[in-house]
Design a protein around this ligand. Structure first.
Ligand SMILES: Nc1ncnc2c1ncn2[C@@H]1O[C@H](COP(=O)(O)OP(=O)(O)OP(=O)(O)O)[C@@H](O)[C@H]1O
Ligand SMILES: [Mg+2]
Length: 240
């Protein structure tokens, strides 16, 4: 795990002319068109833009969820657009954390079991898993709620579980697609603060899509999309 002081000069994430076309002929949509970006450890990239501008499309390609139809995207030493599927599975399991707008928790599992799941997939030994889960739940302020199931928790609490789960494997890059989109504005601000604080403390790279203008102030880089193209690119207040 890098700390911010050790932030390396090599980008952890790099996209070149990244493009995604859906459909053909009259249904053809260029959802992402020629996007270039670089992100280093300790940096936060915020992607903004109106609904339909291509934020999710771009994020999914950066996170090895979807493959581009043009250009390239590299995470660490893995070229995601050409890597075999098994390699993408490994990248998603070991090097990426993902926070979902709808939390993405398993309702019949407790908060602790949800956070533990990615560690089980990595076959981490039980004792180590238990320590790790306890620390993660404490980090997100849920030490007292480990045994509760998602339906017994507030939206903000559920997203805290979602964040703890995304951080569980100590990923290189955390991705979050409108992580506060289902929360009221006060809870959203608290959750965004928590997300940014945890990412900064770990010296991780993070990519967040949002409609929230306040997020841009915490970013290292803000990209604004319109019809799949970058229409503005500026350093945030927190250049890291
Ligand atoms: N699987 C798909 N098949 C066809 N078109 C798609 C697909 N996914 C996205 N699109 C189209 O690509 C464009 C960008 O969509 P995307 O979901 O990336 O936007 P967004 O910025 O995330 O929007 P929102 O703020 O509403 O989440 C839209 O025109 C959308 O209709
Ligand atoms: Mg979206």
């Amino acid at each position: 795990m890098n700390t911010q002081a050790q932030a390396s000069a090599e980008p952890i994430l790099r996209a070149q002319a990244l493009t995604r076309v859906f459909g053909e002929g009259v249904t053809r949509v260029e959802a992402c068109a020629g996007v270039d970006l670089e992100l280093r450890q300790g940096e936060l990239l915020v992607i903004k833009g109106r609904s339909g501008s291509g934020k999710t499309t771009l994020l999914n390609m950066l996170a090895a969820v979807d493959r581009p139809t043009g250009g390239s995207v590299t995470l660490g030493d893995v070229e995601l657009s050409s890597a075999p599927e098994e390699e993408l599975v490994r990248v998603r399991r070991d090097r990426i954390g993902f926070v979902f707008q709808g939390f993405g928790l398993i309702p019949v599992l407790s908060a602790a079991e949800n956070v533990e799941l990615p560690l089980r997939l990595q076959r981490m030994p039980a004792a180590e898993r238990e320590d790790r889960v306890a620390r993660l739940l404490a980090d997100v302020g849920l030490a007292e709620h480990a045994g509760q199931r998602p339906p017994e928790m507030s939206g903000g609490q559920q997203q805290r579980v979602g964040i703890a789960r995304a951080l569980a494997t100590d990923p290189d890059v955390l991705f979050a697609d409108e992580p506060t989109g289902q929360l009221d504005s006060m809870t959203a601000a608290v959750i965004m603060d928590l997300l940014v604080e945890l990412v900064r403390k770990r010296g991780m790279a993070a990519v967040v899509t949002t409609h929230d203008p306040a997020m841009a102030e915490r970013a290292s880089l803000v990209l604004e999309l319109h019809d799949g193209r970058v229409v503005s690119r500026h350093a945030g207040a927190a250049v890291g």
